[in-house]
Design a protein around this ligand. Structure first.
Ligand code: ADP
Ligand code: MG
Length: 305
């Protein structure tokens, strides 16, 4: 019995934003071989964002985004919100639009004051502007220029969605949308690697998306298109031969995997079920705290051997 070390360890953990629900798991954390992260909401933000922009050269990227935002101003679609927040982040001014129409399942249309992007002519100009996906392009029979088509193909191979900008039914720009990776995830994975811990990712998302996110983050192994009921089986597979495995997740469907793992870690605003199934709860929604947990475990229990 080493109550003193455990007490120190627990209060240190608390001041680092960790709630220890199982002290044995906390002790095991120093020997972890693999940390498995759930993707959506853990390594990524779990919401769509603009990850890439292209234009045919008649507009700058920023101009294209402001025209898109003008049309999306009244849209309630997630895609519209992603475009508006990108424009806001870039501090761009959105031109006026009238006659907004939502084209169910295809996109949006409005008449936009394009004076700001037709600089030099000095005259006020109003144009019909569409923003929409492949369905809209097909519906209108619009021809996509080669460079935009190549952009769309590349985005598709990464599992990203593509939305086009049409001026008077001519395609002049496109954006790629994806579930955005958290900045903190890069550091979290690098820190674990430096401690000699392997990193894996588990997701119900497509193979294309999983591969792209893994490559971006430098993840060693990923499991894609995993049904909620099969997540804990992947943990068992990894544990073969005595490999010590941690699972990091936030959702209801992560609960069985959290229970199965040697160290179950619920992150941030995790659901009650996830928290109940976890050995450790990371209070802040920050994947870097997983590395801190391993570090703290090593520091605390080294003295006990
Ligand atoms: P989903 O549930 O997949 O979003 P929707 O019927 O809402 O299905 O939209 C289908 C497709 O139409 C979207 O994936 C997108 O390509 C396009 N779309 C719909 N609304 C918009 C919008 N406001 N802006 C741009 N594209 C849109
Ligand atoms: Mg929808």
């Amino acid at each position: 019995a080493v109550p003193l070390v455990v007490a120190i360890n627990t209060s240190m953990a608390a001041s680092n934003g960790m709630l220890i629900r199982d002290r044995i798991a906390m002790e095991e954390a120093r020997n972890l071989d693999v940390v498995v992260f759930d993707k959506t909401g853990t390594l990524t933000k779990g919401e769509q964002g603009i990850v890439d922009v292209t234009t045919t050269g008649t507009l700058t990227e920023n101009e294209a985004l402001t025209l898109m935002a003008a049309v999306e101003t009244d849209s309630e679609h997630m895609i519209g919100e992603a475009i508006l927040s990108e424009v806001e982040e870039r501090g761009l001014t959105v031109p006026d639009a009238t006659g907004f129409e939502a084209l169910e399942g295809r996109g949006v249309r409005a008449t936009v004051d394009t004076t700001a992007v037709t600089s030099g002519t000095g005259e006020t100009k109003r144009e019909s502007v569409h923003v929409g996906g492949p369905n809209l392009i097909r519906h209108l029979g619009v021809e996509i220029p080669g460079e935009i088509d190549a952009f769309a193909e590349r985005a598709g191979s990464r599992g990203q969605g593509v939305v086009y900008l049409l001026r008077e039914e001519e395609a002049v720009a496109a954006v790629a949308l994806a579930d955005v990776v958290r900045e903190e995830s890069f550091e979290a994975i690098e820190a674990l690697h430096q401690m000699g811990v392997e990193v894996a990712m588990l997701t119900g998302d497509s193979e294309d998306v999983a591969r792209a996110v893994s490559e971006e983050l430098g993840i060693d192994t990923y499991f894609a298109e995993v049904l909620p009921a099969d997540k804990d089986e992947k943990i068992v597979e990894l544990q073969e031969g005595g490999t010590l495995v941690a699972m990091v997740g936030d959702g209801v469907n992560d609960a069985p995997a959290l229970t199965r793992a040697d160290v179950g870690i619920a992150i941030g605003s995790g659901t009650d079920v996830a928290v109940e199934s976890a050995d450790v709860v990371l209070v802040e929604n920050d994947p870097r705290d997983v590395a801190s947990l391993v570090r703290l475990s090593r520091k605390s229990y080294r003295k006990m051997q």
